[in-house]
Design a protein around this ligand. Sequence first.
Ligand SMILES: Cc1cc2nc3c(=O)[nH]c(=O)nc-3n(C[C@H](O)[C@H](O)[C@H](O)COP(=O)(O)OP(=O)(O)OC[C@H]3O[C@@H](n4cnc5c(N)ncnc54)[C@H](O)[C@@H]3O)c2cc1C
Length: 369
Amino acid sequence: MAEVRDVAIVGAGLLGLAAARALTARGRDVILLEQATVGHAGAGSKGSCRIFRLGYPDPAYVTAARRAGELWRELEEESGRQLRWPTPHLTFGTGLRDVQHALQAAGAPCEPLRAAEVAERFPDIRVDGPALLETESAVLAADVALDALARLGGELCTGTRVLSIADDDTHVTLHTSAGPVTARTAIVTAGPWSRGLLAPLGVLAPTTPTLEQIGYLRPTGTPTRPDSGRTPIFICHEDPAPYGLPVPGSPLYKIGIHDSGDATDIDAQDRSPDRDLVDRLSRVAERLLPGYDPEPAVTERCVYDNTPDEDFIVDRIGNVVIGCGTSGHGFKFGPLLGEWLADLATGATNGPEPPLRERFAARRFRPAG
Ligand SMILES: Cc1cc2nc3c(=O)[nH]c(=O)nc-3n(C[C@H](O)[C@H](O)[C@H](O)COP(=O)(O)OP(=O)(O)OC[C@H]3O[C@@H](n4cnc5c(N)ncnc54)[C@H](O)[C@@H]3O)c2cc1C
């Protein structure tokens, strides 16, 4: 009989890599199958940076983000790499009060600021109303984090596509472009590709990939040092929600508008710039970022893996563990998602703690009745 691995993971994006690292740390034999390369152009985890913030309008997410923050610090220590660039974070817009209440309910520090105080402390950003300052926030060096995780977890097989998965209640067999792989447990962390892999197993993961538009702005004057603390991260909690963050080690400032891209065919992504979306980014820059040229110096497209409710999917069905549907806000939770997936794979716990366990369950998508 072919070698039986403890755990086979499908997809070496952030979630797959984080799960592999968590399982390897627990002494499990792990194989990680990636159809392309780590952080490739079509993956949701690609690029230089992501926002780490606690500011959610929901105390359960705030608590999870705080725990994830501790785990990011541990990963930094273990890998010896700088993954977090501590950076103040400003929340503003119509959703500010909900975020403030959730932060307070979860016991997370935050400081309300008037617009004039924002102007004085953060001249790179212009707001026309109150804001909320977070200090436990950071810019995550996303590409460095993927590389650090890849060095800490299991056997990584790039260029190996999983074609189908069969669970016979004892073992899981993955049919791949390089031949079959058998494992006691499989973890599907294939981002927007998960839906198609899971459907033949009878698991409904109704996610929709969208192609988002990012812009990188150049400062018009002398660039503020990215680590000066004067250029904050921001999220305007409105619908749609613009956001921005300084790029670690660069004068550029990254901006986007959360969930503004169109649905895409995941295997035929047209990653050329969307002129309408780039124009919307320029209008955000004109309104909020006085120190930057509003025409992006660089543009980038990147896929979101959206669930209908923006909650993630973290669950186990039979011998298959599922981690997907991160809906454009999963990176900050990376090491925590890795621990939850490892818990589910080893049977240590049922993964996320309530109330997120129920909210992240795949069964929430089962048709009623
Ligand atoms: C523009 C943008 C901005 C974002 N900003 C933030 C932010 O500021 N803060 C934050 O917290 N989050 C943010 N996110 C979200 C975050 O990046 C994602 O939630 C996270 O990276 C998703 O990781 P993943 O591992 O689920 O998916 P992916 O990175 O897409 O990984 C899935 C992997 O599976 C592989 N795969 C798929 N099918 C197969 C198969 N059959 N066989 C083998 N391999 C397969 C793919 O090739 C891919 O590498 C952002 C996302 C985008 C796109």
